[in-house]
Design a binder for this molecule. Structure first.
Ligand code: ADP
Length: 292
């Protein structure tokens, strides 16, 4: 097994969306959105086996196994404190950055053992990108440099850099809104635009998996809708795991939904089944609003 992860030899086809701000003329100079068949790319699945995660002596994840299928959206739902964020942080090994925190068990990206001692941690985090609840553009950087940041770390040459940054901005539907202000600070954008900028930064390095921890919960309804539409498009090229406390959102965008409670996976299945005919009584009580 090769502990290096090759994410470079992928075509960087963009996933343009007609994301035009209301009241503005349609941008005619834009390249036409590509046909879905051209935007598709087979991503990798993630398999978690018997994961235990700790904060000091507290066991936050108590032996969880789950598979996140490639090119699908999987929603993690459950009450606050049930371990959703901890699980996603274990997938790209960010959990271990928290002082006193550790994880045991297996996380596989296809056939790559993410916790293998020989694995290149930077390559893992490039292959498994993360988007947080609060948009976190680099505060001193321009819009362009925010998206270019990860690419520069990989040594991308400047001509390719420009092209890839522009593609990533088109891919999140932000190009029309920012193309004339690429050198302005990223933090000058609205909250929803900042979140799409952060997603552009993530997809610029062509990851396999995008982890999203409540990516829309700090946003207004219109921006939330844009993020949801974007997630639908992104699964053509990436495997997506999204933590959400919003059950309507899970129902709208997730292919499968996993319900967690007290550090355990209670049930994982097709989203429609989880919300209408779940197997476990605790899932039913949660999705019908009886607790949480
Ligand atoms: P959720 O995302 O479902 O709200 P979390 O994964 O954030 O749940 O939390 C799971 C458990 O781990 C909770 O008991 C929480 O208090 C604890 N926890 C989360 N983050 C930390 C941390 N940085 N330090 C200590 N305990 C934490």
């Amino acid at each position: 097994m090769n502990p290096e992860i090759d994410t470079k030899n992928k075509d960087a086809t963009d996933v343009s969306s007609p994301d035009q701000p209301a009241g503005q003329p349609q941008q005619t100079a834009e390249p036409a959105p590509r046909a879905p068949s051209e935007t598709k790319r087979a991503a990798h699945s993630v398999t978690v086996e018997n994961l235990h995660a700790y904060y000091g002596g507290q066991e936050a994840i108590k032996g969880m196994s789950i598979k996140f299928p490639a090119n699908e959206v999987t929603a993690l739902i459950g009450p606050s404190g049930s371990g959703k964020s901890t699980v996603v942080r274990c997938i790209n090994r960010m959990h271990e950055e928290i002082p006193g925190a550790r994880a045991e068990g297996k996380v596989m990206l296809d056939d790559l053992d993410v916790y293998d001692a020989k694995v290149d941690l930077t390559a893992v985090r490039r292959a498994i990108g993360m988007v947080f609840q609060k948009p976190n553009p680099f505060p001193t950087m321009s819009i362009f440099d925010n998206v270019a940041a990860g690419l520069r770390l990989t040594g991308t040459k400047s001509e390719n850099l420009r092209e890839t940054v522009h593609k990533a901005l088109r891919g999140v539907g932000l190009w029309g809104e920012v193309k004339n202000r690429l050198s302005e600070p990223g933090i000058g954008l609205s909250g929803g635009q900042q979140q799409r900028l952060c997603i552009a930064r993530t997809i610029a390095v062509e990851p396999e998996v995008i982890l999203m921890d409540e990516p829309a919960s700090a946003l207004d309804p219109v921006s939330t809708l844009k993020i949801e539409e974007l997630v639908e498009e992104l699964k053509e090229r990436y495997t997506i795991v999204i933590v959400t406390h919003n059950m309507q959102q899970a129902a709208r965008i997730a292919d499968t939904t996993a319900f967690m409670l007290d550090g355990e996976l209670i049930e994982h299945g097709p989203t429609n089944k989880i919300f209408t005919t779940p197997e476990d009584e605790r899932t039913e009580r949660y999705v019908t609003g009886k607790f949480g």
